[in-house]
Design a protein around this ligand. Structure first.
Ligand code: HEC
Length: 179
């Protein structure tokens, strides 16, 4: 009897663990606000998977990365993807994509691009931007901004900024743009 009970407990523990595991993997990229800070950069927020995310403060303002991502998105992406990530006849709405897209998939498509054949011989082309410093030095900022948009936390417009940017993010920009 005791043996069976032990086995049962073990089985239950295992199934709980694997359910949690699946939940963690399946967690959508969109609707999470920051849960912990990266100690190396106090203005950067990470989600439970350790991927960059936005932080919305009680007064409706946002972290530095969301604020900067808004500016960088509108410099590098909006000509094709439309203002505020809303999409265009030419390229998909990233406010939708970011509801389910992982950080890894986002990085891969931005860095390496994607070409898809459309009916009628047309091609849909996302350019490879991996060599473009104006994109890659701010690729997290843009990701974080689009997550805030996709989750609905940022309804639109220029995000109000709560905190000063950290020295770490300033140093990163200097070395990324200069190196
Ligand atoms: C020259 C136009 C153009 C520019 C500039 C551009 N994109 Fe794209 N992007 C596209 C097109 C077209 C697609 C759809 C490709 C396809 O059909 O799979 C796309 C797809 C994507 C996807 C995949 C979306 C999904 O649902 O699978 C992501 C993510 C993305 N772009 C991010 C960006 C970011 C971030 C920038 C700015 C740094 C950017 N793009 C700039 C044209 C562009």
């Amino acid at each position: 009897m005791k043996k069976i009970a032990t086995a049962l407990v073990a089985a239950l523990t295992l199934s709980t663990l694997s359910t949690l595991d699946v939940m963690a993997q399946a967690a959508p990229a969109g609707p999470t606000s920051g849960v912990k800070t990266d100690k190396g950069d106090e203005s950067k927020w990470l989600d439970a998977n350790g991927d960059p995310t936005f932080k919305k403060y009680d007064d409706g303002s946002f972290d530095w990365y969301t604020f900067n991502g808004f500016r960088r998105y509108h410099a590098e992406c909006h000509v094709c993807h439309g203002p505020e990530g809303n999409g265009s006849t030419y390229a998909p709405a990233l406010t939708d994509s970011m509801k389910t897209m992982s950080y890894g998939d986002y990085m891969a498509v931005v860095a390496s691009g994607r070409e898809v054949d459309r009916p009628g011989g047309q091609k849909s082309v996302m350019p490879a931007l991996g060599d473009n410093k104006n994109v890659m030095c701010y690729v997290d900022d843009i990701f974080v901004y689009l997550r805030a948009r996709a989750s609905g936390a940022l309804a639109g417009g220029r995000p109000k900024r709560e905190v000063q940017r950290s020295k770490e993010s300033q140093d990163f920009e200097t070395s990324c743009m200069g190196g």
